[in-house]
Design a protein around this ligand. Structure first.
Ligand code: ZN
Length: 524
């Protein structure tokens, strides 16, 4: 049990003050304060969702101020001394309760957030939010105009802000440690580097072997012209099939697909359509749908407490990648879904069948765009960003040099060079929003997804038959029981150990990729 037994004189004095209240009184007061903080955060999420979907460009400056005000207010409320005292008291009161007890978990998890938040001055948080608002709008324009110069000053400013943030938070080893911890508590840069190195060692020869046999899988059908409305409708069908509830969510157009939660009864996804590439909208929907199922599965009793929602970004990503790839790119999934595809796109599907579709959507092709990357090369895109972020944050790479650095790295990691900066360093929204230390969680989550799925397959013995019949409820219920219902109670490794008996490991992921792609490409 790691509830800290704080015994400084000052804390004891405070504790006596709080102890005169009963535990339920102080818990009620804490919950009231946390509910307000949560409301402010969710209101900001609505504004941010609108900014990225419907807001006209002219709204950008005012929206940036609104978001800055909301994040300052929420930060001020949360970092109030009273919250700290109530949390100390709660930690003390719950010290003998089981680790997974709701109240003990609330004390532990919210205290971790609190201790990090008090290190950042509210004025800095507002500054960051404003820069993020302006940066996102500048990024969207720069990307559509394919113009690096329109974005680089915003990026430079954001790097400086994140360096300051890391100084406020503190770190022992690398600047990056301070930032990574916000998305993946307890994970260190050196651990990520080691995991990535191990995976890269296995992936590079696999990619090479596949590229040499590229003609064995034909994915030309995916690049035909697909009517955007038909694509949208099919993406909605895919979401419904996996159990996304349109009474508690909706899908809207945005330049970058994402999922955002306003409560566990209103979880939105966004998506984009490429008229000449089937995978973009379809797998975008399954991916964001996987995130959404996790948020929708968070229990009502954790709402507005700070304990609701997904526990960390990697665990979140394990859910999106599971539905996108381990389910959506499986043979049984297409045995079920192919007739729907055929109905939606008669002309394009005339020469296709379920097996050909399974093979086409699984095709491996080194390419420029991360969100459209295949299962095997995906992590290489992430590793490149992990490296770039570290270099920029440690002042070893100037933002003006990023596009050329990017092209060289793409060529060495994947053997391809982007045609322009929109397909290169400008493709992702993350850095414009201040999300540094976020990218590695995509790969850590992908690695975790295979570990979890292996366990699910063991428990649900006939999972393939279920998928082939369009039955995704058993898997969703397994995930609810093992992951969703715990919301933020456990960290990645705590969950992995509870579910699979061991912390995050790369063995299942590598085994899955090798098995699937050795068969698919007839490798020996
Ligand atoms: Zn995701």
């Amino acid at each position: 049990m790691n509830v800290r037994a704080d015994s400084t004189a000052a804390t004891l004095k405070i504790r006596r003050d709080v102890l005169s209240m009963t535990m339920s009184e102080s818990l009620d007061e804490l919950k009231t304060l946390l509910a307000q903080v949560d409301d402010l955060g969710k209101a900001a999420a609505v504004l941010s969702w609108d900014q990225q979907s419907y807001m006209p460009p002219g709204g950008a400056p005012a929206r940036a101020s609104q978001l800055a005000t909301l994040s300052r207010l929420s930060h001020e409320q949360f970092t109030d001394e009273r919250v700290g005292r109530l949390l100390d008291d709660l930690a003390y009161e719950t010290r003998d309760l089981p680790y997974d007890d709701d109240t003990a978990s609330l004390a532990r998890v919210v205290k971790r957030d609190y201790e990090k938040a008090i290190r950042l001055p509210s004025a800095f948080v507002a500054e960051l939010a404003e820069a993020s608002g302006l940066g996102t709008t500048a990024w969207a324009r720069a990307r559509s105009e394919n113009n690096w110069a329109g974005f680089q000053d915003h990026l430079k400013r954001m790097i400086e802000l994140k360096q300051r943030e890391a100084e406020y938070i503190g770190y022992q080893d690398r600047v990056y440690d301070a930032l990574l911890d916000s998305y993946e508590p307890d994970m260190k840069t050196s651990q990520v580097a080691e995991i990535f190195q191990g995976v890269r060692r296995e992936l590079v020869p696999l990619v090479r072997a596949i590229v040499e046999n590229a003609d064995r899988v034909d994915d030309a059908a995916l690049y035909r012209s697909y009517d955007p409305e038909g694509q949208w409708a099919l993406a909605q069908q895919a979401l419904s099939a996996i159990g996304y509830d349109f009474e508690r969510g909706r899908m809207d157009r945005a330049p970058h697909p994402f999922c955002t939660s306003f409560s566990n009864h209103d979880v939105r996804v966004t998506n984009r359509i490429l008229p000449n590439f089937f995978n973009s909208a379809f797998y975008g929907a399954l991916h964001e749908g996987g995130h959404a199922l996790y948020e929708l599965g968070s229990p009502d009793r954790f709402e507005r407490t700070g304990l609701g929602g997904g526990t960390s970004l990697s665990v979140h990503e394990s859910q999106s990648r599971m539905w996108e790839n381990l389910v959506g790119r499986s043979r049984p999934f297409w045995q079920y879904f192919f007739p729907k595809f055929r109905k939606a796109f008669r002309k394009n599907s005339a020469d296709m069948d379920a097996e050909k579709m399974y093979r086409a959507v699984s095709a491996v092709k080194p390419s420029f765009i991360r969100v459209e990357a295949d299962e095997v090369t995906y992590s290489l895109h992430v590793m490149l960003r992990f490296e770039a972020e570290n270099l920029m944050l440690e002042n070893k790479l100037n933002v003006s040099d990023l596009p050329s650095w990017w092209d060289e790295a793409m060529s060495s990691y994947l053997g391809v060079t982007p045609p322009d900066v929109a397909h290169g360093a400008l493709q992702d929204v993350h850095w414009s929003m201040g999300l540094y230390g976020y990218f590695p969680t995509y790969s850590l989550g992908t690695i975790l997804s295979a570990q979890l799925f292996e366990k699910a397959r063991e428990t649900l013995a006939d999972m393939d038959e279920q998928f082939a019949r369009g039955e995704f409820t058993p898997l969703r219920e397994w995930l609810t029981d093992n992951i969703y219902r715990h919301a933020r109670k456990f960290t990645l490794n705590e969950l992995a150990v509870r579910i699979t008996g061991e912390p995050l490991q790369t063995r299942s992921y590598i085994a899955y990729l090798k098995q699937k792609y050795t068969e698919l490409y007839g490798l020996t």
